[in-house]
Ligand binder design. Structure first.
Ligand code: CFM
Length: 587
């Protein structure tokens, strides 16, 4: 069993939420103060995206809508969601960006979706950045010829099994037909070549890119190889991208239990694994936002049921393992899972208790992507910390309020822009993995399929929920709540730190991690303990609190800066080279 008390323990309230030591502000008053500065139209929009939580009946939040121009958002573009997030991690196909050089350059290894060369899978192209490098000439006269030449050239050098082509903003604006170019290349080269109309502007965020990518992967890859793996209990882990090696931790843990992963979409994955992933017995979904389309389409076409899991946090990892074992229903597997949980917790528990003794009662805030702002709350909870405010950058209402609201979500013009593909049961290969009776028995035993309750139901009453947070709101949040740590991204990390709060980069992990499964949880606890224990950010006087002379002249000799130099010198002295980490296999 996990050691998060089933009945509330010391430091937790009657609902199992950690109790903050410091007094917390009234969330409605804090909300009003955050919104006060905005002009009426902006305020009207932001007040629908900035709410005090109701965990029993989550209030309707405005999500997946356009950011007000002028507000500094943390969001990315549709191209990033497609090429960068969902398909980019496939390591043995070529990814060619059709566009100006920057789109390719800035998506080159900035996301730590690691892959390593394995026996039998010797190819890893992830270190390459391939682009057509569009210039004025192509913008004026069209870039199709240059794209066709690039595909031919790339094929000649690498002889890959498949090539994916990604459209960037100018490609959509000038109307290059990348799909026809890909079709011709497929015929000419005899390999799989396919394109994605994932122009950056196509949606309100990278979320549109996830959807476009899911459609393309499903149409062009899934189902091409009818060769099931020989192992028992075959699953796909969907929405796990092996950031910092997370998928490797999950894979190792599942292996210990006797559960086999056919494919992880898309972390450290090969083309072949994607082509045969329709042969698995179950899909488990980690990141609901980026891949729910795929799990739905695979169920419709091939009959593979899906369940939501979370391998972030000790309690959640245990729950997820038990859920998978229950699905297969084999006594031996169920017992084996319990043995593994007990063994892993025996190692993790002392670390958890030690860290909790220092962090109990501290607070966190998190603003990340479309799933981590929810999942990582469990890791903080494990060590007695309450998440007082959280939000996604680009998630949809169902990720906040749960899938129950799906029928009520209004499809606006921006979402209508994204293709919904018609999927039907495959006449030959549709194979429901469970009989209707088995499904009923599972449901009667409390098992739920296709279910995601969202973030709000798992957050404490009256905590703040903020969609697509602005820099102004972040600054106000720090001023009013003084959280002990914030989990966020690179676009606001340094502002947060200069305001005196440590910031854990929860996209790339600041080169740390892995944080998934029990082993990853131990890494996270220790990392957070170190960050909160360090006083370094409290000693910083940000440049905007100083006079110009102080900043550029005598500021360097200020008491705060002197103190920092002493700390840094101490750290440098104590530094020892680390053993080579698994993550050094990157790209
Ligand atoms: Fe899913 Fe992700 Fe996330 Fe995401 Fe992302 Fe990411 Fe993220 Mo950065 S797929 S929604 S588009 S869990 S890259 S691995 S960390 S914003 S919270």
């Amino acid at each position: 069993m996990s050691d998060i008390p089933e009945t509330p323990g010391e430091g937790y309230d009657s609902e199992g939420f950690p109790v903050p030591t410091a007094p917390q502000p009234d969330s409605l008053a804090a909300r009003a103060e955050m919104l006060a500065i905005y002009p009426p139209k902006t305020k009207k929009k932001r007040e629908k995206q900035l709410l005090a939580n109701d965990s029993t009946t989550p209030p309707e939040i405005a999500a997946n809508t356009r950011t007000v121009p002028g507000i500094i958002t943390q969001r990315g573009c549709t191209y990033a969601g497609c090429r960068g997030v969902v398909i980019g991690p496939i390591h043995d196909i070529l990814h060619i960006t059709h566009g100006p050089i920057g789109c390719s350059y800035y998506s080159w290894q900035t996301r730590r979706n690691l892959a390593r060369v394995k026996p039998g899978q010797p190819i890893n192209y992830l270190q390459y950045s391939m682009t057509t490098d569009m210039m004025e000439e192509e913008i004026i006269f069209g870039g199709e010829k240059k794209l066709a030449a690039a595909i031919r050239e790339a094929y000649k050098i690498f002889k890959p099994k498949a090539i994916a082509v990604y459209a960037t903003c100018p490609v959509g604006l000038i109307g290059d037909d990348i799909h026809t170019v890909c079709r011709h290349a497929k015929e000419e080269l005899g390999i799989n070549v396919f394109g994605f109309s994932c122009e950056g502007y196509k949606g309100v965020s990278q979320s549109a890119g996830h959807h476009i990518a899911n459609n393309g992967v499903f149409k062009h890859m899934v189902g091409l190889l009818d060769e099931p793996d020989k192992e028992q209990y075959r699953i796909n882990v969907l929405g796990e991208y092996n950031i910092g090696g997370d998928a490797w931790e999950i894979d190792t843990l599942l292996k210990k239990c006797g559960i086999h992963v056919t494919a992880t979409l898309s972390g450290d994955i090969s083309y072949e694994q994607i082509c045969k992933c329709h042969t698995a017995d179950l899909n488990v979904v980690m990141c609901h936002r980026s891949i729910n389309y795929m799990s739905e389409m695979m169920e419709t076409k091939f009959g593979i049921p899906w369940v939501k899991v979370n391998f972030i946090g000790a309690e959640q990892t245990s729950k997820s393992l038990r859920k998978i074992a229950k699905y297969f229903g084999d006594r031996k597997l169920i017992d084996r899972v319990e043995e593994v949980i007990a063994a892993e917790m025996a190692v993790l528990r002392p670390i958890q208790e030690d860290v909790r003794s220092r962090l109990k009662g501290k607070t966190a805030a998190m603003f990340v992507g479309g799933s981590r702002a929810h999942h990582y709350q469990h890791l903080f909870k494990d060590v007695g910390m309450l998440t007082v405010a959280a939000g996604y950058e680009f998630a949809h209402r169902d990720d906040y309020e749960g899938r129950v609201v799906l029928p009520t979500i209004k499809v606006d013009a921006d979402s209508r822009n994204i293709e919904e593909i018609d999927v039907e049961a495959d006449p030959k290969r549709y194979n429901p993995r469970k009989t209707p009776e088995q499904l009923e028995a599972l449901k009667a035993g409390g098992f739920s399929f296709k279910d995601y309750d969202g973030m709000m139901r798992e957050m404490k009453q009256s905590t703040l929920v903020i969609d697509d947070i602005s820099h102004h709101e972040m600054e106000k949040l720090i001023e009013l709540y003084h959280p002990d740590i914030i989990g966020s991204g690179i676009k606001d990390k340094f502002v947060i730190e200069k305001l005196g709060v440590p910031c854990k980069q929860l996209h790339s992990y600041d080169y740390g991690g892995p944080y998934a499964a029990f082993t990853g949880a131990a890494n996270f606890y220790k990392e957070i303990d170190r960050m909160i224990g360090s006083k370094v950010w409290k000693l910083v006087t940000p440049p905007w609190r100083k006079s110009t002379q102080e900043t550029f002249g005598v500021g360097i000799e200020s008491e705060g800066n002197k103190a920092i130099r002493v700390i840094v010198a101490g750290m440098a002295k104590a530094w020892k080279p680390k053993a080579k980490a698994a993550t050094s296999d990157e790209g």
